[in-house]
Structure formats: C-alpha cells, structure tokens
Design a protein around this ligand. Sequence first.
Ligand code: TRP
Length: 352
Amino acid sequence: MPLVILPRRDEKFAWMNRVYLTGITTTGTPHLGNYAGAIRPAIAASKDPGTEQFYFLADLHAMIKGLSAQDVRRSRLEVAATWMALGLDTDKAFFYCQSDIPEIPALAWLLACQASKGLLNRAHAYKAVVQENETTGSNDPDKGITMGLFSYPVLMAADILMFKANKVPVGKDQIQHIEMARDMAQRFNHHYGEHFVLPEAQIDNSTAVLAGLDGRKMSKSYNNTIPLFLPEKQFRKHIMKIKTNSLEPGEPKDPDGNTLFEIYQAFATEAQVAEVRKHYADGIAWGEMKQNLFDHLNELLKEPREKYAELIEQPEKIGEVLQQGATRARALSQPFVAELYDAVGIKPMWQL
Ligand code: TRP
C-alpha cells in the first residue's frame, strides 16, 4: 500500500470546514446499531474527495472501563477488522489507534493545564456517578471515580484538537465534550496564540438509531445487541429472538414502531420498504418476517463477513494498516506538538 503523507493543513484548509474526526471506544463487539448509526455514514463520508477524515480506535479511553487486558485486545481487533471489512478506504482516511500517537497524551497534559477543574466537575458522565453515590448513601461522593474518568474530556479534547478537526460526528451525549474541547482550545489560544481550530459537534438526526432485541435502543449497556459478524447460524438465532407481539398470522400489523420493520428499514431501499409495508398490511406472520429480515441482512453481510473472518485471522495485517495510519497521522502530530511546546516555552536548549 502506498504511503501517502499529506502536506500539513494550514488555516486555509481549516476554514474549509472539511476535516472530520471521530473516535470509536474499543469496549466491545461492533453490532448492527453501530453499523447503521456510525460506521456506515463514516465510510460513505470517507469517499468524499473534498474532505479529510480521521477515524481512530479510542483504546486509551477504553481504559476507564476497567476491562481485562484480554477484552481490550479482542475489542481493538474486532473494531478495526469491522471497519476494514465494511470497506473503509484506509489509504484515504487516517485510520489509527489513539495509543500509537504518543503526542496525544502529551497534548492532553497541556490541555489539562488549561482546563479548570470546575469545568470538568460539570461533565455529565462524572456527575452521573457522583449522583449515583449520593443516592446510594455513600459517604464519599467520588467513590469509584478515577482520574481517568474525571479527565476523560481532556483526553478527548486532545484527540480532536491535535488534527485541527472542524467537524466531529458524534451522538448527542457527546456534545458537551466537544464544547469542553472548544473551551480548552480557546483558553490555550488566548494565552499562547492561535494554535487550535475550534471544533463543532456534528449531530446527524437522520442517522438511524436502531432498536435492539427487546425493542429498546440497541446498546451494549442494555445487552440487547445483534453483533454484526456472527456466524450465519448464530446471526439467524439472534434475529429470531427479536421481540414482537401476539398478533396472529393473517392479522394486519402496524410496521411503525415495530422493531423488525425498523431494522429492515435501516438496511433497505425505499422500494423494498414499500413492499414490506404491504406484507405487514396483509398480515405477514412474525416468523416469516423474521426470516425475511434474516435473508436480507445475510445477503448484505455475507461478503463483509467473509472479509472479516479473514482479517480477524491476520492480526498482523490489521496492525500494518493501523501502523501506516499512525505514521501518516504522526507526520502531522509530531511537528504540531513541537510547535505547541515551543509556544509554551519548551524547546531544545541549543535552539534558544
Ligand atoms: N467519547 C466518544 C464516545 O464514547 C469516543 C471518542 C473518544 C471520541 N475520543 C473522541 C469521539 C474524539 C469523537 C472525537 O463515543
């Protein structure tokens, strides 16, 4: 694969609003909801020649969950293989592991020295744990809270500011983190000169939020996910487990608000959806609809599933792609951190 090192972006690029960046925390196995909500739109965007994309595995962020080393290793591999199997153009997009860019934690420290503790006290994720401690009557409101959890937004700000991203496609729960990144960037710029581009959250209301097996939002935390690349048989079993109601075959059914229909809709063309609406009106049996959904998804996932299976057996190949991504990314991050160190008064003595 050719190693393309892009020239450094300057302000001219920065205000073109064309640098997209997002991180994927490596804490589990990618599922259908991740695909429809995040991976698919990101891969589509990466085909747009007028933009630059940074997609990375947020494996340092994963540390705050306290997973075993084994689980972290597995998730890193699975997430990377998923993006590659689904067709991310890793020669165009910057695709790397956060932990392969040592400049990111270095920048996080510079930003921590700008972030007021009061700002971080207001972070939702931190406040939620404090509140939980208070309601359960603990005498320590900070019980179980590590500095990793508390300073999560600082590391995230470093991820974003490092590559002068303008647009950060994230879920609504992350908006506050982007605002905090802007705050830290502004303070640094104020003290040391204009070095950072101020990022914006990009919330796409049209991206699908998929329902899971029990009808609630598909999410690791609800344990209701359908992993993307299960072997065919197990994949079918999961589809068969999706909750329906007690309407009998032949009784007309309402597609709207129905989990089977919603999942189908997220992966089908308009014409296909119209066809299935008719089946619902005609009273299709739930078992038959499940089979339809399975056939449809299975057809879509067959090829990437094979690619995934191949990739997962060749971790060194995945590692090579990520290394190449990190090399390209570091061509930007190394000089940028040198510039920032210089701005704060740190540079080699012989250059003074
Ligand atoms: N916090 C994000 C999440 O949980 C993951 C993440 C880490 C991220 N660093 C980022 C997202 C930088 C966008 C930009 O989804």
